[in-house]
Design a protein around this ligand. Sequence first.
Ligand code: ADP
Length: 370
Amino acid sequence: MPTKMKTLALSAAARARAARGQNTFETALLADAEPVRVLTMPIVREGRVVEIVQVGMPLRRARATLDRYRDTLTVLIPLGVGLAAVGGALIAQVALRPLDRMTRTARRISAEDLSQRVERPRTGDELDRLAETMNDMLAHLEQAFAQSRRFAADAAHELRTPLAALRGSIEVALRGERSPEEYRRVLASGLEEVERLIRLSEDLLLLSRSMAGPEPTRAVVDLEPLLLEVFDVGARLGQAAGVTVRIEGATPATARGDVTALRRALVNLVENAVKYTPRGGKVELSLTATGGSAEVAVADTGIGVEPADAERIFEPFVRLDAARSRDTGGAGLGLAIARSIVVAHGGTLSVESRPGSGSRFTIRLPLLPA
Ligand code: ADP
């Protein structure tokens, strides 16, 4: 459709720029108020402006397009935001459903029933890892609760045995008139049971204290004199049992900790070494410092333990030969106490042993720099 030609006005600014040979873009209104984009361009020949050409393009269609675009956006943006919100909420609901199930399971789990496990989505993502971590934690808790229940039951049993013996002997003594000699005998055996009970309760207290963690104040402990002290105890016990106790070698070494507790741990090892070594055998103590740790070893030529029992003997109330140990008065707490003391000091206590040829218990403690 042919367009009617319309006259464009030449503005003063465009004229002045054209006179300088420059082009001008401007938006002007025609006589009928229609907006036009106008280019005013001078034609220069031999350095002089000979003509001025004006080209105009109506803006109505461009404006109409922009207006339509704005109207479309006004509808689309709220719609898009709305859809994104609803979609996001739906996706979050689906994605968080496993978390919801985990929360419900976790709420059902109590100290009485730690055997339950959280359902794993098995997607390999963060939720899967969270479920796995929770299950690991539950397994540890279950084990710890079972251990503490077993410990309480064993402790009650250990306490009941000497108490029952004590009651039995007192009841028998009270059944009739007894001679002073008989009364003395009953009282002496009662005293033995009472002493056993006191030792047991002291050991239980020590074990629960050392399991609770290290003392907040920890002094520097010189291990060499400590080893000599423990050797003195061992030598006296060894003499009575016909076992030679000696020091194999000792270097100056210091650790941080509680000297009384560390002495207790070492004495327990030396007492055992003498106790489980037949007459004529040997017990050797040594102290070395290697690679940032101090090593105290107690080696004996005694009866040893089977490899299958090497870890079990560190559990409370474990005695490999109940009858024999009962004779020697132990409740099976010595090694458990020693290990929990050493662990509270950031160290380890391990054993290497061969049945019939002896055992070597080694305490490793973090060494303090000299
Ligand atoms: P206790 O000596 O009071 O029985 P412990 O906890 O000290 O308890 O030791 C646990 C068990 O480990 C002992 O009953 C014994 O069977 C075994 N045991 C400990 N030390 C030695 C050792 N040096 N040689 C052989 N067996 C040992």
